[in-house]
Design a protein around this ligand. Structure first.
Ligand code: NDP
Length: 356
């Protein structure tokens, strides 16, 4: 009875194929990650090749890899907690409170780069990481799974207003996959802010170990200059769009009279909020995803176009964002009704202009 009371009042529409789909994804995502890493170690190194023979169990595990991963996470958590930058207030929550977030990502990045630079100058053998990819992937998957179990159990003690509307359906595996608590925190430490907030524990591990690892950035590997040049350019363009689009919407939502956004065209909605219909949000309906995808592509471009495997990350990320975009569209249609239909008519493309 108590458990029933903690569920969302009206059952939300199930995503990701419901309990069965999310159970399959829980298995398939880490399996894909290991399949790709093993394929990369095999001779043909092709996305379409048969599964590589499994190496001996000890190849998957190294206490050093787990220690390295935990040390890295610990360092980033310490940088997160250091009072290094401004503190921003988040959106208003159902209980009318606002959470506070340290905005110190760039400072943490600078501190990390300085530490790694100093380590390299002192002879840190960074290239040894390549040999540890498989045990690092195991450690990442294990850590992500342990964290997910902790979060699932922690949500049992959260008040109903702190629970995510879509992640408390009563289907244990589905709720585990979606995430039950909206903003899980341990003290002032916000786990959703610290970790990439994508559904599924395996997604985090896959992202951490899959992207760069599959792009062939081995130490000492010399890429042709033309290919080397493409990556920073694509990354800069992607970042410019991603940041521009997100900033524009954030500024507009905070203060529509801000001179940086006051001249943009908008559509009124019945909720009192307005929708931007020019600027980045007049180009496509999710310009931030476009920027994100170009940044993802930047990892793969230096590998040229002779192999599909280095493009796995961008393909996976495209599927993820297309699905996420469709979910957001449904939510916006529910929220804004006719005004959203008008927006879709005026801005017909979702992510890629003139294509999708
Ligand atoms: P988005 O930042 O894409 O925002 C979607 C919301 O923006 C809508 O629900 C709506 O909410 C508002 N909105 C939509 N269109 C307009 C418009 N024309 N004018 C004004 N407001 C509009 O949401 P996400 O949750 O997908 O992303 C959150 C953050 O995470 C973003 O910074 C995104 O770039 C990032 N992200 C990162 C990913 C990654 O793995 N790297 C993956 C996906 C997202 P409302 O009207 O209620 O404000």
């Amino acid at each position: 009875m108590a458990a029933a009371n903690r569920r969302a009042p009206t059952p939300p529409q199930l995503e990701f194929g419901g309990p069965l789909g999310s159970a399959l994804l829980l298995l398939l995502l880490p399996a894909t990650l290991f399949h790709l890493l093993l394929t990369c170690r095999s001779g043909p190194c092709s996305l379409l090749s048969l599964p590589a023979p499994l190496p001996a169990p000890h190849a998957f595990w190294s206490p050093r890899a787990l220690l390295l991963l935990l040390g890295w996470l610990g360092l980033q958590a310490a940088l997160y907690l250091l009072p290094l930058g401004p503190v921003a207030e988040g959106t208003r929550l159902p209980d009318h409170t606002r959470l506070r977030y340290p905005v110190n990502g760039f400072r943490a990045l600078g501190a990390t780069a300085a530490l790694v630079g100093a380590g390299l100058a002192a002879g840190l053998p960074l290239d040894a990481l390549v040999d540890l990819l498989l045990p690092l992937a195991s450690a990442a998957a294990l850590t992500a799974a342990a964290l997910s179990v902790f979060l699932y159990l922690k949500a049992r003690r959260a008040p109903p207003c702190a629970l995510a509307p879509g992640g408390n359906t009563g289907h244990p595996l589905y709720d585990f996959f979606l995430g039950r608590e909206l903003n899980p925190r341990v003290g002032a430490f916000d786990l959703k802010y610290f970790c990439p907030a994508e559904p599924g524990p395996a997604a985090a591990g896959g992202r951490a170990a899959g992207g760069p690892a599959l792009s062939g950035h081995g130490p000492g590997q010399r890429l042709p200059a033309a290919l080397r040049g493409r990556r920073p350019l694509a990354r800069a363009i992607g970042y410019y769009i991603f940041r521009g689009a997100n900033s524009q919407k954030n500024i507009f939502r905070r203060d529509p009279t801000d001179p940086r956004v006051a001249g943009l065209q908008t559509i009124p909605t019945a909720t009192g909020r307005r929708l931007l219909v020019s600027g980045w949000w007049g180009l496509v309906r999710h310009p931030n995803y476009l920027g994100d995808l170009i940044m993802a592509l930047a990892w793969s471009l230096p590998c040229g176009v002779t192999h599909l495997l280095p493009y796995f990350y961008v393909l996976y990320f495209t599927a993820l964002l297309v699905h996420r975009e469709a979910r957001d569209e449904r939510q916006c249609l529910r929220k804004y009704g006719l005004a959203w239909r008008d927006y879709c008519r005026r801005v017909p493309y979702r992510i890629l202009p003139y294509v999708y």
